[in-house]
Design a protein around this ligand. Structure first.
Ligand code: HEC
Length: 240
């Protein structure tokens, strides 16, 4: 064997070694086994069970005044939002159960039962109660946080307005839409209403016969003495 042969052999060995090294390096770069921060595919509204449970407990959110917000809600917008539910729910009357139960006529219905024998999670069944507007509002914000262990892997609707519009639509998606409660009275007149509500003058006035005039007077009279002591106490306080 002359040195030329040896050169060829060494060259072949080195070449193979370099080839293997390059392939390995490229493979490592291409198939880097690092977990991406986000999954490669995103199914909108679907969360891994762990993520939902891990979400920080949401701060208590004030419930809307349904008597005020429902009549003003955008039902058509709610219907378009409900398309997101249709991944898993059939909303039509007599429609089938899919991944989730049929949702026709769900407002004011018992939770986690019926629905043509849908197999609810024990978490949902155990929660019990009724799907009132409030309950739907809380649940749809973050199903997994509100009912840990639910099979409904839906991230939730952050926006209050979206939830209100959607619930307004769900309400109409029924043979007989659930009743809308009377709007809650405004808070602010309460302070003024208190003296007028003193039932005693009203009773007196009723005796007198002209209830209306009597009422108004009694109210006005009642208000005056209330002001006076207040005036008196003010300087007293200031004197301290
Ligand atoms: C990824 C699938 C999926 C999506 C999307 C989804 N749901 Fe669900 N939903 C479920 C499953 C599964 C259940 C049964 C949950 C259980 O048993 O824990 C359920 C249960 C419910 C229930 C309880 C029904 C009952 O009779 O107790 C309501 C209400 C509900 N979903 C409303 C909605 C609304 C409204 C949307 C759209 C904003 C929605 N869901 C989107 C899968 C889904």
């Amino acid at each position: 064997m002359d040195s030329f042969e040896w050169n060829k052999i060494i060259g072949a060995v080195l070449g193979t070694a370099i080839f293997i090294f390059v392939v390995k390096t490229v493979a490592e770069i291409v198939y880097e086994p690092e977990h991406p921060a986000k999954p490669g595919y995103v199914v909108e509204g679907v969360v891994e069970p762990g993520a939902a449970g891990g979400a920080a407990a949401p701060a208590e959110e004030a419930m809307p005044d349904w008597g005020t917000v429902l009549p003003a809600a955008d039902v058509a917008d709610g219907k378009s939002i409900s398309v997101r539910c249709e991944q898993c729910h059939d909303l039509s009357k007599g429609g089938p159960n899919k991944i989730g139960p049929n949702l026709y006529n769900v407002v004011d219905e018992p939770r986690g039962t019926g629905r043509n024998g849908f197999s609810f999670s024990s978490a949902m069944a155990a929660k019990g109660g009724t799907w009132t507007y409030d309950e739907l509002f809380k649940f749809l914000k973050s199903p997994g946080s509100y009912i840990p262990g639910t099979k409904m892997s839906f991230a939730g609707l952050r926006s209050e307005k979206d939830r209100i519009n959607l619930i307004a639509y769900l309400r109409t998606n029924a043979d007989t839409p659930a009743p809308i409660p009377a709007p809650k009275p405004k808070e602010e007149p309460k302070a003024e209403a208190a003296p007028a509500g003193g039932a005693a003058p009203a009773a007196d006035a009723a005796k007198a016969g002209d209830a209306k005039a009597g009422d108004a007077k009694a109210g006005a009279d009642a208000a005056k003495p209330a002001e006076k002591p207040a005036d008196n106490t003010a300087p007293g306080k200031a004197g301290h």
